[in-house]
Design a protein around this ligand. Structure first.
Ligand code: S3P
Length: 431
């Protein structure tokens, strides 16, 4: 039996659901603190990262209650508003929690101290601190420009910002600060990143306008009150990608993932999988929501061919690139991913971690400064892969165990619930 914790017999078959979308869950929880009333959510992700956002809501004086499968989030009472300040918030390993909080808190009176696990304290924070400072906030980082972060809230002025790196977290932080700033704040993205912040804030009645021109996007926001959300959160597109990759790898597989987000900024991995030759069908359907399209995805295993992915596609499948590296080992030809230097500053250096792991398993893979190449058609042998404490690498190497000759042992499997609690149970159900 593959020691990765999962194994496949004659193909993965059947239907499954994945946990609620992590990006939407974080935002719905954090934005509840700003709303004028109680937010009600179903499908909130049980991922450890999303629990960090609930912890932040509590630290800020909001209340979190679970009733009949719904999460009720009430903002702090006016008398206990964020103005109390002097607060410490533990963001655990969640970069999204930390970066969004920088924008949310920058315009609030008081002092806030954001900290987290050692892994999070290594990640770059200047990308968010710099634009927020340019709005007039006081944001202090460590000498290495990482967390812990001290924020002394100030009155803010609007900016027009074009992030130096394509990042939905940076965009979101600036828009959240813009809710507190005088004037109209704008964020311009040469390549549009995931747009859950815009969709959720618009649903909450924010004074927000969007323009989409080809691949680029412009969002403008002005201060104003926010109404609470009542929202069903769809399944996580990136967790669905893990199951889709498993189905595309294991001969004979035919899998349907239900009630998953089909937000156009999140489905590029499925489109690339189809380009590689896998059978992929997406169907927008019930129950759906006003927030964004969701529905079902069917993936059938078929022979795969190599693919090229460049900078213009990367922001739409950034979290799925390790899976693509694994799929490439089974595809005909040489797969190349470029323009993905951001992978080096995720929960681990995912370029080095992925290439080292694939080589350990017997595949031919090379690092590039901003990506990787993988030579397809290799039979994976098995071995010990180090996920570097990174949930996405841990899941990728676990899937390798489905098709390897010998067992795959994965160091750091305990981090998989950071994004996908129930990962192994979900695969077991299918096969
Ligand atoms: C996320 C944005 C992406 C992604 C992360 C979640 C978000 O990060 O990798 O897992 O929810 O906004 P960047 O904004 O750094 O690209």
């Amino acid at each position: 039996m593959a020691r990765s914790g999962v194994e496949a017999g004659s193909g993965l078959k059947g239907r499954c659901r994945v946990p609620g979308d992590k990006s939407i869950s974080h935002r719905a929880a954090l934005f509840s603190v700003l709303a004028e009333g109680t937010t009600r959510l179903t499908g909130y992700s049980l991922a450890a990262d999303c629990q960090a956002s609930l912890g932040a809501v509590r630290a800020l004086g909001g209340s979190v209650a679970s009733r009949d499968g719904e999460l009720w989030l009430s903002p702090p009472a006016r008398s206990r508003s964020l103005a109390a300040g002097g607060l410490e918030i533990d963001c655990a390993r969640s970069g999204t929690t930390m970066r969004l909080l920088v924008g949310m808190l920058a315009g609030r009176p008081g002092e806030f101290f954001l900290s987290g696990d050692p892994q999070l304290l290594k990640r770059p924070m200047a990308r968010v601190a710099d634009p927020i400072r340019s709005m007039g906030a006081r944001v202090e980082l460590s000498p290495a420009a990482t967390a812990p972060i001290t924020i002394r809230g100030q009155s803010l002025h609007a900016i027009h910002h074009t992030p130096a790196v394509a990042s939905a977290q940076v965009k979101s932080a600036v828009l959240l600060a813009g809710l507190q700033a005088q004037g109209e704040t704008a964020v311009e993205e040469p390549i549009l990143t995931r747009d859950h912040t815009e969709r959720l804030l618009a649903m909450m009645g924010a004074r927000l306008e969007r323009e989409l021109i080809g691949r680029s996007g412009l969002v403008r926001i002005r201060p104003g009150p926010l109404q609470p959300l009542t929202l069903a959160i769809p399944g996580d597109a990136s967790s669905a990608a893990v199951i889709a990759a498993a189905a595309a790898l294991v001969p004979g597989s035919d899998v349907v993932i239900e009630q998953v987000s089909l937000n156009p900024t999140r489905i590029r991995f499925l489109e690339v999988l189809e380009r590689m030759g896998a059978g992929v069908e997406m169907e927008v359907g019930e129950p759906g929501s006003d927030l964004e399209p969701w529905g079902r995805v069917r993936v059938r295993q078929r022979p795969l061919r190599a693919v090229r992915v460049g900078a213009e596609e990367v922001p739409h499948l950034i979290d799925e690139l390790p899976l693509l590296g694994l799929l490439a080992t089974q595809a005909e030809g040489i797969t190349q991913v470029t323009g993905a230097g951001e992978l080096r500053v995720k929960e681990s250096d995912r370029i080095t971690g992925l290439v080292d792991g694939l080589r350990t398993l017997g595949a031919e893979a090379e690092e590039l400064a901003d990506g990787f190449t993988v030579v397809g058609g290799s039979s994976l042998l098995g071995g010990l892969c180090d996920s570097l404490g990174d949930h996405r690498l841990a899941m990728t190497f676990s899937l390798a165990g489905l098709i390897s000759q010998q067992p795959v042992r994965v160091l750091g499997r305990e981090f998989i619930p950071d994004s996908f609690p129930g990962f192994e149970a979900c695969l077991r159900k299918l096969g």
